[in-house]
Write a protein that binds this ligand. Structure first.
Ligand SMILES: [Zn+2]
Ligand SMILES: [Zn+2]
Length: 386
């Protein structure tokens, strides 16, 4: 309903609009860290009454006449990016760059040159699609996106295939990890957690996890990461990373924080002021640190969301050290099936990050808790029918 204003309301049920749409009755949905960028008003083109949410799964209720691989009653997880499956970019498996799913592409083209794919529940410049923190959602291009779950795995084990598990996995893949490498991960929220787990899956010898919240650091340790609490007295992240890597720096750095980075240092104050007076759109504290910390020739991977123009990013350091940077929205459709197989094979149970299970009516209050990181919150799952 506005910045820091979420309400639960009864709205008309979604209807089929196109022949390749499906209507999904949502059985579980979640609140994402990136929903906070909307809640905090960092992403423009939100309108009062927009439905939030891009992490959801459920049962197919109804399909359009051109939907051939789903039928009523199928159980599916829906990826947060919407892809047509037929454009140049989909053919290259760059699903998040789909050319056909953002009806408001012109809004993005002005700022970015070209638009990425449409996203559920993520502002009008990203397509204006109603989100999944609801009882029902309309899913366009239903032949391409939704992943059928044919086993009897509980919702909570597969729900995070809708975003954060593939997003963490792509972050680790983008980090170009070689066996035995040391990987530093900033942010031990949900995406950071899955980036840590995935880094180990891809052969990392050691993962160093950086955060300030004890409950998140504990989860990171439970995965086998070494942790650095930057809020502790005298903890300088760059010095800590140097000490932990024999003065060389991590082989790969993953920024799982993005545009609302928090800092106890002077630059944190600088970013707060500059974003407040609209001279900067993002607070790239972590990106700066990652570029400083990375070893020469290393790779910086950025799954954290950035939106606009960043100040004082040490590009000279990036050039001087010859680093590689990889980033972007997740090419979801490539990862969902292989990662489902890892869950089925018991290599990981993604539900370990869930701290809160709530109803839709509790969601407005829980946004506040999530934003302020109260109640040891690590991940909120909503049952829209409870
Ligand atoms: Zn998300
Ligand atoms: Zn496409």
């Amino acid at each position: 309903m506005g910045t820091h204003k979420i309400e639960t309301q009864t709205v008309p049920d979604p209807e089929l609009v196109n022949p390749h749409d499906a209507i999904i009755k949502i059985t579980k949905t979640a609140i994402c860290g990136s929903d906070l960028h909307l809640y905090d008003g960092f992403i423009p083109t939100m309108e009062s009454g927009d439905i939030m949410g891009h992490e959801f799964m459920g049962i197919v209720e109804e399909v359009g006449k051109d939907v051939t691989n789903l039928k009523r009653g199928d159980r599916v997880v829906v990826p947060f990016t919407i892809a047509c499956g037929n454009c140049l970019f989909c053919k290259k498996k760059l699903w998040a760059a789909c050319d056909n799913t953002n009806p408001n592409a012109h809004l993005m083209e002005a700022a970015y040159g070209y638009s990425g794919s449409g996203l559920f529940g993520y502002s009008h410049m990203m397509g204006g699609y109603a989100g999944g923190q609801a009882q029902y959602a309309r899913v366009p291009f239903a032949n391409v996106g939704p992943l059928k779950i044919e086993s009897d795995l509980p919702d909570e084990k597969v729900l995070f295939l809708s975003d954060i598990f593939p997003t963490g996995y792509q972050a680790a893949e983008n980090a170009q990890i070689l066996p035995g490498d040391t990987v530093a991960v900033w942010g031990c929220g949900p995406v950071g957690q899955f980036a840590i787990a995935s880094a180990f899956m891809l052969g990392a010898g050691r993962v160093i996890a950086i955060d300030r919240l004890p409950e998140r650091l504990a989860l990171a340790r439970s995965l086998g990461a070494v942790t650095v609490d930057y809020s502790e007295n005298d903890t300088d992240v760059l010095t800590a990373l140097k000490d932990l890597t024999g003065g060389i720096g991590p082989d790969s750095c993953i920024d799982a924080v993005g545009l609302e980075g928090h800092s106890t240092e002077l630059q944190g104050v600088y970013d707060k002021i500059k974003t407040a007076v609209m001279l900067e759109t993002d607070r790239p504290v972590v990106l700066r640190q990652a570029i400083q910390a990375i070893r020469k020739g290393g790779t910086v991977s950025v799954p954290g969301v950035y939106g606009g123009l960043l100040d004082k990013v040490p590009f000279g350091a990036a050039f001087g050290k010859g680093i590689t940077m990889k980033m972007g929205q997740t090419n979801m459709h490539s990862y969902m099936k292989p990662l489902l197989e890892r869950i089925e094979q018991n290599q990981i149970d993604p539900s370990y990050i869930i701290s809160h299970r709530i109803t839709l009516d509790q969601a407005p209050d829980m946004y506040k808790v999530w934003r302020d990181k109260k109640e040891n919150v690590t991940k909120i799952v909503i049952d829209p029918w409870a």
